[in-house]
Design a binder for this molecule. Sequence first.
Ligand SMILES: [Zn+2]
Length: 321
Amino acid sequence: MATRRAFLGTALALALDAWCPAAATAAGTRVALERLQPGLYVARASNAEAMRANVGAVVPSLVHVTSAGVLVVDPGPHAAWGRALLGAIRALTAQPVRWVVNTHAHPENVLANAAFAGLRPRPRFLASPATAALMRQRCEDCLARLGAQLGSAAMRGTAIVLPEPALRDGAWLHTGGTAWQVQVHAPAHSTSDTVLYAPQLRLLCAGGLGYRERVPEMQEASLQGWRQALRQLIALPADIVVASATGTPAQTLVPTLAYLDALAHGIGAALAAGRDASQAAEAVAAAPFRHWRHFATRHPLNLQRAWRQLEDAWLQGEPPA
Ligand SMILES: [Zn+2]
């Protein structure tokens, strides 16, 4: 196991070092797949928020090649990326893509469904009932919003493809000889976050729940729900996590929880001491996270959101976090 861990660490370090945003351009999107284990790959992606400079390529899509077909989790932000991902899969295997899973209804994760919808046989597009319902409600708006962020050229040919509401908490998804336990955490990073866990691979596919050296996005998050989800995930035997970035649990889940705990503990103590929201920044011990990407822009927004949520709970008689 130690040897395998070392190999994974090296492979991941190489994947991160070798990433160059210039490799993905609106004119010719390319996707590189890094091997994690035999048959298991992640797409190289920028560990950043979606913006023109990275063409929205910020989700390390998981690709699992099996003798029964290929599983893709979170195919990415738009049709061009999805087509490039499909090209990279085709370079690996002739197996058909049979399952496309959407972990949560954020546009950079799901809008590349479009590139897989024309395949024959058509893959099954799968999500939790809540994620499927949210995508039905708001993918039009999300498409427009991501187009405004990335430029309309990046979104060309991106149609909305909705998933089946088939992934239920506690169910199992079988891809050839691999069994994936489905967990649905709702609410957490978003209104509903689906996790796929393969115990025999010691692999967690955690969607938006894990970040690495980057301040988490909490625009729709439940602070307490996300902390609870992370505590459950950290307790699982796993060597590798594929989420907003790829790494070990200690590189992804543990620091993400530490950040959310710092928000909860700092703000909880400030509320108990009778402070107000203008003192939120001083209340939270953020020094360990100051070097994380997007700290200057994302952390103040997170402070506001966390304060509102904990203050509401406090007013309803819940003890400070
Ligand atoms: Zn997300």
